[in-house]
Write a protein that binds this ligand. Sequence first.
Ligand SMILES: [Zn+2]
Length: 509
Amino acid sequence: MAGLTKSPSEEREGLLSGVNTPSVSEPDTSKASPFRQQSTRLSLAGIGVLLGLILSVFYWLRVPPRLVNNLYLGGQTLRSNGTQKFKRTVLLVSIDGLRHTLQSKHYLDRGLTPHLLDVSKKGLRAKFMKPVFPTLTFPNHWTLMTGLYTESHGIVANNFWDAETDSEFHYNNISSCWEPHWWLGEPMWETAKKAGLITANLMWPGPAKTLSGASPTYFVPWANKVSLDTKLAQILDWIDLPLSERPQLILTYEPSLDQAGHAKGPYSREVNETLRYVDGFVRDLHDSLVARNLTEIVDVIFVSDHGMTDTSHPELVYIDDLLGENGWKAVKHEDGWPSMGLHFDPSANASHYLDVLLTAAEDNSEKFDVYTPQTMPERYHFAHSSRIAPVYVVPKTGYVLTTRAEGDVGLSKGNHGYDNNDPTMNAVFVAHGPFSSTAKIAHDKQSSSYRLRGPFNPNKGWHSTSDDTYVMDGFQNVEIYNLVMKLLGIPQAEAAQTNGTTGFWDIFF
Ligand SMILES: [Zn+2]
């Protein structure tokens, strides 16, 4: 960060030229008295305070004023871009299936996304963002909106059967899956609207309306094969609206990378081409914000819902072989994929079939696990919901559950949905705008205090700052809701309860 140079007169007069410097006289050790020792201590304390003042003034002087201003840009505060007044604005962009962990072979490390990397260098990125289990599109997009784990927000898979209402949720059956009763929790656009903000939703996976009847101010429903140019034009239309109509929270969704990953696998030419295509959108969006002088007014946050693993040579596990013909027939509903939630017919001996599956899992521990809500790993936060099937078969990464009838027909070359601790399931987090500028100041502050205090105070929250890139430690996507609340200046008291960590973002502000 470039420091501001002091003017020669400041240099001559000193930074605190109006302050009287206390004179420090030689202590007279021959006549040491308790009073004299006390006054010496007081003088030393005075010097300490003065030094502290000088250091802090020096610190603020080396931070460009524009960045200091970012600390005060929030809520309804207005800032001019030179021609118009703007409120702080958050643009949250989800690139479905953009797999990211800081290691080779992941999507951002292929040399195909120079603009996304450039934006992350100007701003910051996380080492990775961990999705919730199951690592599927709809559960994770609703977690990003609500800050809740799957068991709390109710979207427990892309497709599932709900025993309570005897009805089926299926992500591509809009007439039923948009029913507000499915979507528990409060999405960030609902909270923002309650706080009096205008919001816009461009195809974010989720409903048009929640149970309370709330909907985004502007809503563009999902449609496939809409180009990123069209989406960019819509975003800019919103940003160019007059202040009284302009949204402060804009959500955007792009599915093409996930589609390429499923169809051809994460190492395919098609995925690489789509990475270039998405990167072109990142470039155009950034250029458009630069042209409007909005890069210190609009926070752009790129996220994804999950990663993508190679399943081009899948190991098949035949669930009907495991259960036997009668056992498979007794399954009335199957939830999710690639995991399989099983609801047995009430007349069937479900506990017997559970024992059969548990024994099979013991014999094939490298291939899959079998859980009930009581034995589900705590870290999945996937147990306390009546919508979660009583028996869940969870394959290990690369294994695929199927039946003899289905075989490997229609299997995709890439997939997700596996254990959220698997690095190939990790998602991306890149932020650029007033937030990243403020976060860097906070980081510099911590770094300097780290240097002053020695090696026993690790600079928590930051992985590395090599190559001028600020890389945060990995974190889970349940934290995103609270970040957006903070950026929009919505107080904690007005925000919804989430599974995010209290104070998680405090060190960045
Ligand atoms: Zn997805």
